[in-house]
Design a protein around this ligand. Structure first.
Ligand code: ARG
Length: 463
């Protein structure tokens, strides 16, 4: 039997394999709510414009709501021979309301329909991701406030660099997430034009009102070019790109958690709720959630690369290739949502190990820069010379296997005769972080103020 929707000129139905490669219902059924929403806006507009008689409009509206109820209750039977969600809904609508259902597709095509459905889905998802990212920012800012004065080693090249505070480290991710959220919002603002009514590619001869359907679906305006309307998947690419950057931020933090929870570092403790045991090694507390957050960035970036590659050679306007936008987009944005949720839980529960952090903060000659700065400030040495003197002192201490503070004053004076007892004050990590009061610096007072500022901003409804 040929296809009921488009099979007029076909004598027989598709080959089994044709049906299998062609069908998208297995994954686009999740667009059912968006598809029905779009159809309701479309049919209401057709009625208002006098394109469809009011009794047909009423029948179609009633039927669409019945289909929606069946889908929501799980009673709807999805069939592969109906290809996709658009034809599945319309087919069931026909069974419910009879021939009037055939008028719903007036002045529209599956090409503008699917673009509209996808935009609605991506838009809702971006809003949810934004809210979840805000939740993670809040959890991080709370940790930052609680640990504004907890010192830890700051690293460059993963070598001890200078002491920082744990709160400062948390707030670094709050800043990244703020930019991620900015990208979600930018993507949302740019996608918010409605393709519905572009029809197959050229527009339609029916007197439709695209402004009305755009407004009914919460879009800012209709898209301005019918070819672009059905050919554009930038909105998915841009959202995947924003999602990829966010996923990379989460992955970096996840990597830190993996390192920090190892016995060798022992910087933080994750809760039982976010660790797993080993079936053979009883001592283990594995940071599986962090590892999976780190790993899921792979499929998220992969989805972006996949869709970029799908799109790169496509002539205007619609090509069936574009059906391949869905699985990757659904999967990636869903994976990011899960990563944000897992990260928020981990951050809320985690406890920094303050003693270990303080000890580690002081090791590796992390206050060498403070010493050099002291030589500049107190003795008036040029920084390059101060750097050299400090280097000699680090060399002496390291040869003895001790910290800088363990060198005696006479030893210090071998490298620079003008050094006085006062130098020892700057060799402590607490003094070191407290002195970093420059804007954006790690001083506990700065961190406290920044954390409080973030928490106040995040408490505002639109933040
Ligand atoms: N399932 C299709 C997709 O996701 C819907 C659009 C099909 N359009 C067409 N002319 N065959 O892209």
């Amino acid at each position: 039997m040929s296809n009921r929707m488009w099979g007029g000129r076909f004598a027989s139905g598709p080959a089994e394999i044709m049906e299998e490669i062609n069908a998208s219902i297995g994954f686009d059924k999740r667009l059912a709510p968006q598809d029905i929403r779009g159809s309701l806006a479309h049919v209401a507009m057709l009625g208002a414009q006098g394109i469809l008689p009011t009794d047909d409009v009423a029948a179609i509206e009633g039927g669409l709501k019945a289909v929606q109820a069946e889908i929501e209750s799980g009673g709807f039977v999805f069939k592969r021979e109906l290809e996709d969600i658009h034809m599945s809904v319309e087919s069931r609508l026909t069974e419910i309301v009879g021939p009037a259902a055939g008028r719903l597709h007036t002045a529209r095509s599956r090409n503008d329909q699917v673009a509209t459905d996808m935009k609605l889905w991506v838009r809702d998802t971006l809003d949810n991701l934004d809210a979840q990212a805000a939740g993670l920012q809040r959890a991080l800012a709370e940790k930052a406030l609680a640990h504004a004065g907890t010192v830890m080693p700051g690293f460059t090249h993963l070598q001890s660099a200078q002491p920082v505070t744990f709160g400062h480290h948390c707030l670094a991710y709050v800043e990244m997430l703020a930019r991620d959220r900015g990208r979600f919002r930018d993507a949302r603002a740019r996608l918010n034009e409605c393709p519905l009514g572009a029809a197959a590619l050229a527009g339609t001869s029916f007197p439709i009102d695209r402004h009305a359907t755009a407004a009914a679906l919460g879009f800012d305006r209709p898209t301005a070019n019918s070819l672009d309307s059905v050919a554009d998947r930038d909105f998915a690419l841009e959202s995947l790109s924003a999602a990829s950057i966010c996923a990379i931020h989460l992955s970096r933090f996840a990597e830190e958690l993996v390192v920090w929870t190892s016995a060798q570092f022992d910087f933080v403790k994750l809760s039982d709720g976010y660790t797993t045991g080993s079936s053979i090694m009883p001592q283990k507390r594995n940071p599986d959630a962090a590892e999976l957050v780190r790993a899921k960035s792979g499929r998220i970036v992969g989805a972006l690369m996949g869709l970029l590659t799908v799109m790169k050679g496509l002539p205007l306007a619609y090509s069936k290739d574009m059906q391949e936008d869905k699985e990757g987009t659904f999967d990636a944005l869903q994976a990011l949502s899960l990563c944000l949720a897992a990260m928020t839980g981990m951050v809320r529960d985690l406890e920094p190990n303050a003693e270990v952090l303080a000890r580690a903060a002081g090791s590796g000659y992390s206050t060498a820069t403070d010493l050099a700065d002291w030589l500049v400030r107190e003795l008036g040495l040029p920084f390059r010379q101060a750097h050299h003197v400090t280097g000699r002192l680090v060399g002496m201490a390291s040869a003895k296997g001790v910290g800088l503070e363990a060198l005696s004053l006479p030893e210090m004076q071998e490298a620079e005769p003008q050094i006085t007892q006062a130098v020892y004050a700057v060799l402590g990590v607490a003094n070191s972080v407290a002195s970093r009061v420059s804007f954006g610096g790690t001083a506990p007072a700065n961190v406290r103020a920044q954390a409080e500022g973030w928490l106040a901003r995040l408490a505002e409804p639109a933040a």
